[in-house]
Design a protein around this ligand. Sequence first.
Ligand code: FE2
Length: 318
Amino acid sequence: MADQIDGEGSRRRLGALGVHSLDHFSLTVPDLTQAADFYACFGLEVRPEGNEAGLYAFGSNHRWCLLKEGARKKFGHLTFGIYENDLQAFRDRLKRMNIPLVPAPAGHASNGIWFHDEEGNLIEVAAKAKSSPMEKSVFCEISVPAGVAGAPPRSRAPIVRPRRLSHMALYTADVHRKIKFYVDVLGLRLSDHVGEFAGFLHGPHGSEHHMFAMVKSGGPGFHHSSWDVGSINEIGLGAEQMVTKGYRKGWGLGRHVLGSNYFYYATDPWGSHAEYSADMDYIPADIDWEANDHPAEDTYTLWGTEPPPGFMTNHELT
Ligand SMILES: [Fe+2]
């Protein structure tokens, strides 16, 4: 499949109508102050925005997540970025597929197209700059010459600050149905799946192996957000950073099979997770990735421990 360079310097897959980025998402949490502390400890910049809070990578004004306070933890909405000249084609596709549009929720700019997915999750597609990476992110294997100490003392351990949102994952009652919706409507492409248990989707215009993932549960819910860092060392430092601050629950260090990324998941106060991720596979716009159905043994890790009890509990159902 050939690709082309658009006016903004992004590669795009010719003839493909699909989202290019996961621009941001929103999450309702029962205690905004506690959530702000969790994500600040994780290494994100938390900016108060009225009664809400935005999550940013340090040094960037891209808001990846909007946190709101409510009775309980609940997934809010997902905004996908598209090229501006695809807006009408998306409107036409939604009309053709009889997917009703809904008004933007209160407090949100209404210049995007809002609708619900097959399970009732609120989705927006909006013209945005491409925030998914144009190429595989830099990954550092850090070493030092002989005669030099490689590790600093703990007191001088650097603070880990993720560079950007990598992806997010939702629970779903029906993985295949969800894959079909996100492929047919959003134009995402299947990277890999594990039977009816998990699915991983990438963007057609160049993205990591998954910008959006789903795992089987009794119904919808938010499983985790994942944040890109530049080395295995940063993942270890990040895990330590969270444990030191009292967020002791988590899973890792390990390496996933699907996406190949190294990971550590810190569990938030509400039983969902924030993942440090490094060196995920990248799928350029001009590569047709072979999507495979993997056996259950490939679900979690190439190496590392099994996830702890409760890691896959969908608290939005309880
Ligand atoms: Fe992940």
